[in-house]
Design a protein around this ligand. Structure first.
Ligand code: SAM
Length: 175
């Protein structure tokens, strides 16, 4: 990714629908954002994918979306050209959030991992400060786990392997 221009359309948007479990993650995020949320901030909206999804069930919401990429912002601006309720702002999240007012929800998907851990922490606290008292921060991300599935529950893992082995044997017997 070119830092200033962000991902090229071909490199991210072409795979946006194929991120493993991405659709499930988006569904969970959408469930977490209250239907009566009026002001929503999207950090790293890309072409505005999340805002479009949020608006389906929240037609009266207002959105502010901050992205570093003029390419992505151009696409989002094209889509929301006739929609005054969506404000798209060029902003590099490595810098503190500008004065944006308070929000009922702050959302983000697959964007915050571009920041350093230190900046992620300071961004979390900036987000906390701009949320209404009942506001919610929903961040959909891929993260590297230090553990494998078998580390989490070794006994269950052994049992599953045994079941698979038995199933295999049964198949051999019955075929
Ligand atoms: C993988 S895309 C995800 C876009 C969108 N949220 C989605 O789920 O389809 C990551 C987005 O984060 C933006 N981004 C990356 N680093 C950023 C930064 N430092 N500041 C602002 N936006 C950033 C990129 O420009 C891009 O639009």
């Amino acid at each position: 990714m070119n830092r200033r221009n962000g991902p090229q359309k071909s490199s991210y948007l072409n795979i946006a629908n194929d991120i493993p479990h991405g659709g499930e993650g988006e569904r969970v995020l959408l469930e977490c954002v209250p239907l009566d949320a009026k002001r929503i901030l999207d950090l790293g909206p890309g072409d505005g994918r999340l805002v479009k999804l949020l608006k389906r069930d929240r037609p009266n919401m207002q959105a502010v979306a901050l992205d570093i990429s003029p390419t992505m912002l151009k696409m989002a601006r094209g889509y929301f050209a006739d929609d005054e309720s969506v404000k798209l702002v060029e902003h590099d999240l490595i810098y503190p959030l500008q004065e944006l007012g308070l929000f009922d929800a702050v959302v983000s998907s697959f964007a915050i991992h571009h920041l350093t851990h230190k900046r992620k922490r300071s961004l979390d606290s900036e987000v906390f400060d701009i949320l209404n008292p009942s506001g919610i921060f929903c961040n959909l991300e891929h993260v590297a786990s230090p553990n494998t599935a078998s580390d989490f529950c070794p006994d269950l893992f052994k049992l599953l392997r045994l079941l698979l082995l038995l199933t295999d044997r049964c198949n051999v017997v019955y075929q």
